[in-house]
Design a protein around this ligand. Structure first.
Ligand code: ZN
Length: 134
C-alpha cells in the first residue's frame, strides 16, 4: 500500500489555502466539487503526496458532521492498492473492521472503501484503486 493522499476536513477552503499555499508554500493543483459527497475539494501537491482539503457544501455532508464532532483537522489517509477487493479481504482477515463491504465509486479513483477508525487507532483509512478491473 502506498500513501496517495491525506484528507483534511476544513470549514473554508480559501481560509486554509492561506496556510497550505501561502504559509507553507505548496502548490494548488485544483479545486473541484463532488456533489455525491457534498464536498468541495482543493488538492495540493505536498512533496509528491496530495493533501486534499475537504469543505462541506451541505449540513448533511459527512464532513460537516465530522467538523461538528471533532473540529477541523485530519480526516483520513488514503492508500492506493492494486486490487481493492483483495486488500479488503486481507485486512478483514487480519481483524480490521471495514465500513464498506463492497467498494464504492470514488471521486478521483475507480473504486474506494473505508476502514473503520475503531480498528486503526482512531485514523480513518481509505483504500483506493485507480484502474477499473474485474
Ligand atoms: Zn480521500
Amino acid at each position: 500500500m502506498k500513501l496517495e493522499h491525506i484528507g483534511i476536513a476544513v470549514k473554508d477552503i480559501e481560509n486554509q489555502l492561506r496556510i497550505w499555499r501561502d504559509l507553507l508554500g505548496f502548490s494548488l493543483k485544483m479545486i473541484s466539487e463532488t456533489p455525491e459527497q457534498k464536498v468541495r475539494v482543493a488538492m495540493l501537491d505536498v512533496g509528491g503526496v496530495t493533501v486534499e482539503l475537504l469543505e462541506p457544501t451541505s449540513e448533511d455532508s459527512t464532513i460537516h458532521k465530522f467538523i461538528e464532532k471533532r473540529g477541523e483537522g485530519l480526516h483520513h489517509l488514503s492508500f492506493e492498492v492494486e486490487d481493492i477487493k483483495k486488500s479488503m479481504e486481507d485486512l478483514k482477515n487480519r481483524g480490521a473492521i471495514l465500513i464498506d463491504e463492497i467498494p464504492r465509486k470514488g471521486a478521483h479513483a475507480a473504486k474506494i472503501a473505508f476502514v473503520h477508525p475503531r480498528s486503526t487507532g482512531g485514523v480513518l483509512i481509505e483504500l483506493s484503486q485507480r484502474e477499473e478491473r474485474d
